[in-house]
Write a protein that binds this ligand. Structure first.
Ligand SMILES: [Zn+2]
Length: 180
């Protein structure tokens, strides 16, 4: 099997971190993993704790070609604050990890979630988190950091208060102490 990431290496059978079966490129060091191999191994080792140091991880902005089917692979973001995207071929259930990306997943505590990352739910959650973060940034820049924090505290206190409707009316009224 030819490596489609560097276009010059061969994907040779190996084991990722001596754990589960994969194919590793003898030129660029990337790894091709079949999700069924990963899940099968995980099911046999539910107690395994991934640990290790992160190394410089490569990434490619462009689309990758699946080394098995020849189709274009889809990119899956791993987390809100991590720009790395994994390349997944849904047709064959294979994921491509550039050199260092597995170590990055381990260091970020995501190595046990490899199959979950490749789901729409995971991707949807990241998009939702990013959207709420940009809204927060919008409020922050509008109010200023100190007032934003103050508003959050008041909001939390108000929402938990049994008389929140009355308090809100009191706060918003132009002259709450006037009888008329
Ligand atoms: Zn390669």
């Amino acid at each position: 099997m030819k490596c489609t990431a560097c276009d010059s290496g061969n994907l040779v059978p190996s084991f990722l971190d001596d754990l589960f079966r994969c194919h590793t490129c003898d030129n660029c060091g990337g790894n091709w993993i079949l999700i069924e191999d990963y899940i099968g191994w995980k099911e046999r080792h539910p107690e395994h704790v991934f640990s290790g140091e992160s190394i410089e991880a490569e990434d490619s902005p462009g689309a990758l070609i699946c080394p098995m089917s020849g189709g274009i692979m889809r990119k899956f973001r791993v987390a809100k604050d991590n720009a790395h995207r994994l390349d997944y071929s849904a047709r064959v259930g294979g994921v491509w990890l550039h050199k260092g990306e597995w170590e990055m997943l381990v260091a970020e505590g995501l190595a046990g979630n490899l199959n979950a990352i490749l789901t729409d739910q995971w991707q949807h959650r990241i998009r939702k988190e990013k959207a709420s973060e940009s809204l927060e940034n919008l409020y922050r820049s509008k109010f200023g950091d100190a007032d934003y924090e103050k508003a959050c505290d008041i909001r939390e206190w108000l929402h938990a208060h049994p008389h929140k409707c009355d308090i809100r009316a009191f706060l918003m009224a132009d002259s709450p102490f006037s009888a008329s």
